[in-house]
Design a protein around this ligand. Structure first.
Ligand code: PEP
Length: 257
């Protein structure tokens, strides 16, 4: 049994305004306000406009729910209209930031160099990156999912020192499974998550690789999460659609119940 604490993170994408966000987090807090979920870390990644409201609620009520952002600028400040910087997210006490989500890669052209710069920006400001990697359907059909995903890991970690890399979270999210209802089999998830851990051992050390949490993401629901979490190299889930339904998200978090 691994000593890694599972991380269940809800990626709200561009959903829920700040008032809806407060109501949603209150529901989560109420449903998780007992000891049972202490062995699982819970985080929400709301849109930027909600983060201050979530922070006020979480800090004010001393909730154990963590929160973070869905993206970060590679730059600290300056003429980058529309972007949000690491110092701004750090000021809001964001614990996590998703980097390289497939929707950022697809719609905003984020490549390995951009992801690498964003990973470094997050670490610079004390925010833990949730690095999203994973193959599209064509790559999967060609059987190249492992090589493709490991190349994304290599690119994003270029020049990242071990003392930072050991705290990163990596989310394996096959693009064909995101928002499609088409979940990877537990064996598919294990194949690539295991390969990612192997690559971390090659890049750094086995000791470091054993510390890093690797999530699976892609149509995770309460009905499929337990089988995925039973895999030895899966340490949590990044949850999109199902995280918008507080009751369903709580069921996912309580996958051991
Ligand atoms: C995601 O957006 O990271 C995701 C995994 O979405 P979904 O759970 O809806 O597939």
């Amino acid at each position: 049994m691994s000593s890694r604490t599972p991380l269940m993170a809800g990626n709200w994408k561009m959903n829920l305004n700040h008032l809806e966000a407060i109501a949603h987090v209150q529901k989560l807090a109420f449903a998780l306000a007992d000891k049972d979920y202490e062995a699982v870390e819970v985080a929400v990644l709301p849109p930027f406009t909600d983060i201050r409201s979530v922070q006020t609620l979480v800090d004010g009520d001393k909730l154990k729910i963590k929160y973070g952002a869905q993206d970060i600028s590679a730059h600290d400040s300056g003429a980058f209209t529309g972007e949000i910087s690491g110092p701004m997210l750090a000021k809001l006490k964001c614990a996590y930031v998703a980097i390289g989500h497939s929707e950022r890669r697809q719609y905003h052209g984020e490549d390995e160099a951009v992801c690498n710069a964003k990973v470094k920006a997050a670490f610079k400001h004390g925010i833990t990156p949730i690095l999203c990697v994973g193959e599209g359907l064509d790559v999967r059909k060609a059987g190249n999912q492992v090589a493709h995903t490991l190349a994304q890991v290599d690119g994003a970690l270029e020049g990242v020192p071990a003392e930072q890399a050991e705290t990163i979270v990596i989310a394996y999210e096959p693009v064909w499974a995101i928002g499609t209802g088409e979940v990877a089999t537990p064996e598919d998830a294990q194949e690539v998550c295991g390969a990612i851990r192997g690559r971390l051992a090659e890049l750094y050390s086995q000791e470091l690789a054993d510390k890093v949490r690797i999530q699976y993401g892609g149509s995770v629901k309460s009905g499929n999460v337990a089988a995925i979490m039973a895999q030895p190299d899966v340490d949590g889930a990044l949850i999109g659609g199902a995280a918008l339904d507080a009751d369903e998200f709580v069921k996912i978090v309580r996958f051991r119940d």
